[in-house]
Write a protein that binds this ligand. Structure first.
Ligand code: 6PG
Length: 247
């Protein structure tokens, strides 16, 4: 696999600008090649880190197809909803067609299995037949990392860390509230063309060296290892990177 690329910025605003440039280039490459850009977004602090995409004339919103890496099992207007966070921070401020944003089917909130299967079907629809494609290849997947090393809704020690077949699965025991979530699995994350973690703030400082230098500990974020030729990036600020030993 390609070695991960770690880029650290003194200030959050610089991280935000650089992330916007990176996403702009990824969408241009993808749209030039195949006329669309498939991207998956996380929740947490990530949506507000996307503000560099607002008022950006280079973004071709009509060609974006947006999915959620993970989503909390709540109505779309609930304060915990990742879709709501992305809408408030980004989609309400840019000319993206509503049909290009693929939220969970909230008629299925009472059945986690059905809900995650339905979301897997939306991916199958985008990426053609599950059997033929085997795994979807997103142009870009954006991830956050929790202080416990989790990413998406893949938590330390959970059975889902070993899922090899399903594209989307659910958890009903998330240690980070709310407990019920659906999430992409590693086969989906690790088949993307580009995967970028965005991690800012000193509460990430203790964990980052473990993730980067001690994959043998098996923390969820260490298991993100894109299959060649996929590339992994880390966009971090100096506060998050303060304990990383540079070679
Ligand atoms: C979620 C997220 C989750 C998040 C991390 C980091 O829905 O909870 O997708 O995986 O990205 O917990 O969160 P912060 O960026 O807020 O630290």
């Amino acid at each position: 696999p390609n070695a991960p690329i770690l880029i650290s910025f003194p200030e959050t605003n610089e991280l935000v600008d650089s992330l916007a440039k990176f996403i702009t280039k990824a969408q241009k490459d993808s749209i030039d090649k195949k006329g669309r850009f498939t991207i998956a977004l996380s929740g947490g602090s990530l949506p507000k880190m996307l503000r560099g995409l607002i008022d950006n004339p280079q973004i071709k919103w009509a060609h974006w197809q947006v999915y959620y890496v993970d989503e909390r099992v709540v109505p779309l207007d609930h304060p915990d909803s990742n879709h709501r966070a992305c809408t408030e921070n980004l989609f309400s401020k840019v000319p993206i067609p509503a049909d290009n944003i693929h939220a969970i089917d909230t008629t299925l909130l009472n059945d986690l299995e059905e809900l995650s299967d339905a979301y897997e079907k939306t991916l199958i629809h985008e990426f053609a037949q599950k059997d033929a494609a085997r795994f979807p290849v997103f142009d870009l997947i954006l991830l956050g990392m929790g202080p416990d090393g989790h990413t998406a809704s893949l938590f330390p020690g959970h059975d889902l860390l070993n899922e090899e077949d399903r594209w989307v699965a659910y958890v009903d025991d998330s240690p980070k509230p709310p407990p019920k979530r659906i999430t992409f699995t590693y086969p989906v994350i690790n088949h993307a063309a580009r995967v970028a973690f965005v991690a800012a703030g000193k509460e990430k400082a203790e964990t980052l060296p473990t993730i980067l230098d001690h994959p043998e500990e098996g923390l969820p974020s260490s298991r993100v290892k894109p299959v060649f030729p996929g590339q992994l990036y880390w966009f971090v600020d100096n506060a998050a990177a303060s304990k990383v030993a540079y070679p």
